[in-house]
Each structure stands twice: as structure tokens, then as C-alpha cells.
Design a protein around this ligand. Structure first.
Ligand code: SF4
Length: 237
């Protein structure tokens, strides 16, 4: 057993360091040229913006959130302002991006707690997970963006790229699959963990799409398990 970023994994199940490095390098090169630009990715973006947007991005396309984000920020520029909204107000305001009831139900208690803490984020994983409305994904986002720790923002899109390139996970629920969790942790554990997270998410949105992945323009094709299998059965890639 080895340990990456505080997570234990069995070395035999996971790809070699060389393969992970190759994957990271190709993806980061591609991201430098093709990565998407969003307001929450600029250098001056505050931690509030970076964390709040992750709640808004859950199961929602980034382009949809990008259109909605400026007006949301104008109305709620801080945890304090957000905490002053009622849950019903939030439900109404969040309607354009969907999942409004779930998002309002998690944002309201989180905003109240963060306002009470005067915007100071807890430091330990245990304390972060104890924040109301914070699950694994947002906890990882807080560790990554606020504390600069290498943590993967594992969602179904990042999972798709990792599974196609490396191996499928073993469990249905991505939050508990030890292979996927360990693999994603290893992939983001090199330099610039924020960039590699964004690169994975952008690659999933632009190249390794759910339907009809663009393997013919993919920088990972040479060593991709799924892309190479697909190439042997289809002249379409
Ligand atoms: S080669 Fe195809 S399946 Fe593999 S990562 Fe690239 S787009 Fe996805």
C-alpha cells in the first residue's frame, strides 16, 4: 500500500508513474492552447467565487453557469450577502440553471456558516467536511483552491476521461470507488493541481465527450485504452 495525498491505494491496481506523467503532460500541453476561459478562473478571482461556482457547476454545463454567474455575483458578492437571502429567494434566483431546490438547500446553510466564520475556511479535512452542505466534491474544491492542496474535482466528466484512458472503475458511486479516487488523486498530485483539474474538465467537455468523443483530434489517443479499441472497430475516429 502507498499513500497519495492522504489516500491509500494498492500499487498493483494503478498505472505506472510513467504513464500518469505522460497523461498529465499531454493534457497540460493541450490545456495551455485549448483550455476554456471563465471568470472564476482568472487570477484575481476570490476564494468565494471559486467555491461558490463549484456548487453552481454541479451537474450543470460550465457555459450555462458562465452566463448566469455575473448576475448572481452582483446580487451576492460575499458569503455575508448570500447568507441574508432566504431559501425561497435562492430557489427563485437559481431557477435558470436548474437543480434550484437542491442548490438552495445546500447554499443557504453553507453561506450562514461561512458568514458566521467571517469568510474564514476551516483547515483540516474533518472540519471542512463538517461544514453544512459540503460533500466530497466541494470539500475537495476548498482544499484545492483555498489551501492549495492537490485534490481532484471528480465528477462524471472527469471520471469519463480517466476511465476511457486508463481502466473502468469498480463501483457505481464515483465517491466511494477506491480505484477511481486513488487514480484521480495521483493524476492531480504533480505540479499545478488546479491546471490539471481544469484540463481534465475541459478535455471532457470539448474532446472526450459523452457522445462521439473526438478521438481523431485527441492528444491522448496514442495510449488511450478506449480510443485505440474504438479505432480498431470504427473508421470514424
Ligand atoms: S482518445 Fe478518445 S476516448 Fe481516449 S481520451 Fe481521447 S477522446 Fe477520450
Amino acid at each position: 500500500m502507498l499513500n497519495a495525498g492522504g489516500i491509500n491505494y494498492c500499487m498493483n491496481d494503478l498505472p505506472s508513474d510513467e504513464k500518469i506523467s505522460w497523461f498529465r503532460e499531454r493534457l497540460l500541453e493541450w490545456f495551455a492552447l485549448q483550455g476554456r476561459r471563465f471568470p472564476w478562473r482568472v487570477k484575481s478571482a476570490t476564494n468565494y467565487k471559486k467555491i461558490i461556482v463549484e456548487v453552481l457547476l454541479k451537474r450543470t454545463q460550465a457555459d450555462t453557469v458562465a452566463k448566469f454567474f455575473p448576475s448572481f455575483l452582483q446580487r451576492f458578492p460575499s458569503w455575508k450577502k448570500l447568507a441574508q437571502a432566504t431559501e425561497d429567494e435562492l430557489i427563485e434566483i437559481l431557477k435558470p440553471i436548474g437543480l434550484h431546490r437542491q442548490r438552495a438547500a445546500s447554499l443557504k446553510p453553507l453561506a450562514s456558516e461561512m458568514a458566521r466564520r467571517k469568510g474564514v475556511y476551516p483547515r483540516t479535512r474533518e472540519e471542512i467536511e463538517a461544514l453544512p452542505g459540503v460533500g466530497q466534491y466541494v470539500a475537495n474544491a476548498i482544499e484545492l483552491f483555498v489551501h492549495g492542496r492537490p485534490r481532484p474535482l471528480v465528477d462524471t466528466n472527469m471520471t469519463r476521461v480517466l476511465e476511457r484512458f486508463f481502466e473502468p472503475r469498480k463501483l457505481v458511486d464515483i465517491r466511494y470507488d477506491p480505484y477511481l479516487q486513488s487514480l484521480s488523486q495521483l493524476v492531480v498530485s504533480g505540479e499545478n493541481p488546479v491546471a490539471i483539474n481544469w484540463a481534465l474538465l475541459d478535455h471532457a467537455a470539448l474532446i472526450c465527450k459523452q457522445q462521439l468523443p473526438k478521438c481523431n483530434t485527441c492528444p491522448l489517443l496514442e495510449r488511450c485504452r478506449y480510443g485505440r479499441q474504438r479505432g480498431t472497430h470504427s473508421s470514424n475516429i
